[in-house]
Write a protein that binds this ligand. Structure first.
Ligand code: SF4
Length: 359
């Protein structure tokens, strides 16, 4: 819950698609940073279940379970309902309303030139993505963001173009529509809502995301089947690590290698202690350790890191009504904030419910 101290904290918003149980790449690329940010900012974190439909509309049987898995991983990793608002996108219907209104003002060319549009159509060639929903998903994302009027959106480099589109949409909206009346009746100290513009432009907050290869050496990704999950028990982590690709220079045990050219070395740099890292560099470059031993050390570090996360997850798995309560509370808090924006948006666009007394 937000503190009652004088200066309101800057607001941060981010979301994640419900892809099922999260892996180390999801954790280091986003979630780990969110856990830190919740102590510094007024944070809203959501699971973007409508976004899952933009590519997986033909089979929605897994959406509900995948959403629950992500919520459990959020909580297990340390997002706290006391420190941030956690909710499901589709539970706050106003996102859809703002998306629809944005669709009226957004030129098609803006969406067609989003880099991921063509890329994903090519990468997911088994799916028909020539749909209205898929073209419009960055605009839905703009609505997801702007409805909370955040100061910052934490993203990786590959998402910066989406935040830029969001800023353009906000600019265009603000050019067309000016605030009506005042926002003095807001109950939550929304300094941004009282600004001259209805939808202030958020900034991308580039968060550190270390290189995290999967077991085949490519970027860790569910679609490559090369992940280590936050929920993987120790035996599975060790089993997945065993065949992991290494520095190709180490053909024989006696060949020296270079941890800077080895995906296992990348994992050590993220998860191992300085002491272990020193042993890895020394042992690898002098061929005094074998790759099996080195992978075992990397697995040790990962297992140690995962242990408290898995303990937390077990607590929530054993108390699913509590998880539902957290989501219900998060939805309420998010909906209040979203509605404050929508009141101003509707008024500015001539869409108030009260036609007679509307200013
Ligand atoms: S010893 Fe370790 S860092 Fe070196 S090549 Fe083998 S797995 Fe990679």
């Amino acid at each position: 819950m937000s503190t009652t101290s004088s200066a309101p904290r800057k607001r941060v918003l981010s979301g994640m698609r419900p892809t099922g149980k999260l892996h180390l790449g999801n954790y280091m690329g986003a979630l780990h940073n969110w856990v830190r940010l919740q102590h510094e900012y007024d944070c809203y974190f959501f699971i973007a279940d409508w976004h899952a439909l933009t590519t997986d509309y033909a089979d929605t049987s897994q959406v509900k379970q995948n959403t629950l898995e992500v919520v459990l991983d959020f909580l297990a990793a340390g997002l706290s309902p006391e420190q941030c608002v956690i909710f499901i996108q589709s539970h706050v219907k106003a996102h859809a309303e703002l998306h629809l209104l944005f669709s009226m003002i957004t030129p098609l060319g803006w969406l067609e030139r989003v880099p991921t549009y063509k890329e994903q159509q090519e990468n997911l060639s088994g799916k028909d993505l020539s749909t209205y929903g898929f073209l419009g998903y960055p605009l839905l994302q703009s609505a997801d963001i702007l409805i909370y009027q955040p100061d910052f959106v934490p993203v990786g480099q590959d998402q910066v173009a989406h935040v830029e589109l969001t800023r353009e949409v906000a600019r265009r909206f603000n050019q067309f529509y000016k605030p009506k009346g005042t926002a003095s009746s807001t109950s939550l100290g929304m300094t941004r809502a009282q600004s001259a513009e209805i939808l202030p432009e958020p900034q991308a907050l580039l968060t550190p995301s270390p290189k995290l290869p999967g077991t085949d050496g490519r970027k860790m990704s569910k679609s490559y089947g090369n992940t280590i999950l936050l929920t993987d028990p120790e035996s599975v982590v060790r089993q997945k690590m065993k065949p992991m690709v290494t520095d190709p220079a180490r053909v024989r045990r006696t060949d020296p290698g270079n941890p800077d050219k080895c995906p296992v070395g990348d994992l050590h740099r993220v998860f191992s202690s300085q002491e272990t890292l020193a042993k890895v560099y020394d042992g690898c470059t002098t061929a005094s350790i074998g790759c099996i031993e080195c992978k075992g050390w990397a697995a040790d570090a990962i297992v140690t890191m995962l242990q408290p996360i898995q303990e937390q997850r077990a607590k929530y798995e054993n108390d699913l009504p509590l998880v539902q309560d957290i989501l219900n509370d998060g939805t309420k808090r998010a909906a209040v904030r979203a509605e404050e924006t929508m009141v101003r948006v509707r008024a500015a666009m001539g869409l108030e419910e009260n036609l007679i007394n509307a200013r």
